[in-house]
Design a protein around this ligand. Structure first.
Ligand code: ADP
Ligand code: C5P
Ligand code: MG
Length: 237
């Protein structure tokens, strides 16, 4: 429970949503796919989308602002922030792992994710739905999640952006022209693809066996991909 997780959340009179949220664990969607599959791009679109829903009654039309109300947490972004943080004891280790396309030991990543989730919910108790992008990427990540988050968050499903390796590499090389990322180059990308195939695909297959994977063909245009993402979210909530 969020309440149990936090201690005291808020003293003010709770809204209905707040009262419901107190009884619920944070809701998590894991977002997986190869490097450059479009995970970050689609997560940003999910967070941005705001739609007016029209509900007609006998006399009038009620307009309600709708949004999916997800907070996007990218494990890669959190690791890059930690790498850049002055005084970080893990900066150099993270830099080495990222350049080599290897997966950073989970004790580092899980603490960053947990801290980001807690900070988000502390700032706004209605924000308890998370898109966790680029995690869990290997067995170590998954074990770390199960150890630290067991009973503290519910994984609803895995959003899997399925995209061929060549398309992924080309998108990252294109991104590399302006990203400044140490791993958007051909040498790192070959390693990242290997890590993806050897370590991440088995995790996706594991969730597949549990019936928890929602696969999206990510090789198409951003808008086409997003139309499918919306269809999944509209169905799954
Ligand atoms: P990921 O987070 O999966 O590594 P990004 O969302 O950062 O991928 O996308 C990688 C690059 O590809 C970015 O430069 C992005 O603008 C571009 N991109 C994302 N989705 C598409 C798409 N559907 N078609 C073409 N380019 C895309
Ligand atoms: O997801 P993103 O492309 O931003 O990840 C970049 C790199 O960050 C990965 O190739 C990997 O080195 C590191 N990473 C990690 N563990 C994660 C996510 C990212 O080690 N769960
Ligand atoms: Mg990304």
């Amino acid at each position: 429970m969020i309440g149990r997780w936090f201690g005291s959340v808020s003293q003010r009179v709770p809204s209905l949503l707040y009262r419901v949220s107190l009884m619920m664990n944070p809701q998590v969607v894991f977002v997986l796919g190869g490097p450059g599959a479009g995970k970050g791009t689609q997560c940003c679109k999910i967070v941005e989308v705001r739609e007016m829903e029209r509900e007609r009654t006998m006399e009038t039309t009620i307009l309600t602002l709708m949004s999916y109300n997800y907070t996007h947490l990218s494990a890669g972004d959190l690791l890059r922030e930690e790498r850049a943080r002055e005084g970080s004891e893990f900066g150099q280790l993270i830099a080495n792992y990222i350049k080599e396309g290897k997966i950073v030991p989970v004790n580092i990543t899980i603490n960053l994710l947990k801290k980001a989730m807690l900070e988000t919910m502390e700032k706004d108790e209605k924000k308890f739905r998370f898109l966790i992008d680029g995690f869990p990427r290997n067995e170590d990540n998954l074990q770390g999640w199960n150890t630290v988050m067991d009973g503290k968050a519910d994984v609803k499903f895995v959003l899997f952006f399925d995209c061929g390796n060549e398309v992924c590499i080309n998108r990252c090389l294109e991104r590399g022209k302006s990203s400044g990322r140490s791993d958007d180059n051909r040498e790192s990308l070959e390693k990242r693809i290997q890590t993806y195939l050897q370590s991440t695909r088995p995790i996706i297959e594991l969730y597949e066996k549990l019936g928890k994977v929602r696969t999206i063909d990510a090789s198409r245009s951003v808008d086409e991909v997003f139309a499918d993402v919306k269809a999944v979210l509209d169905k799954e909530g």
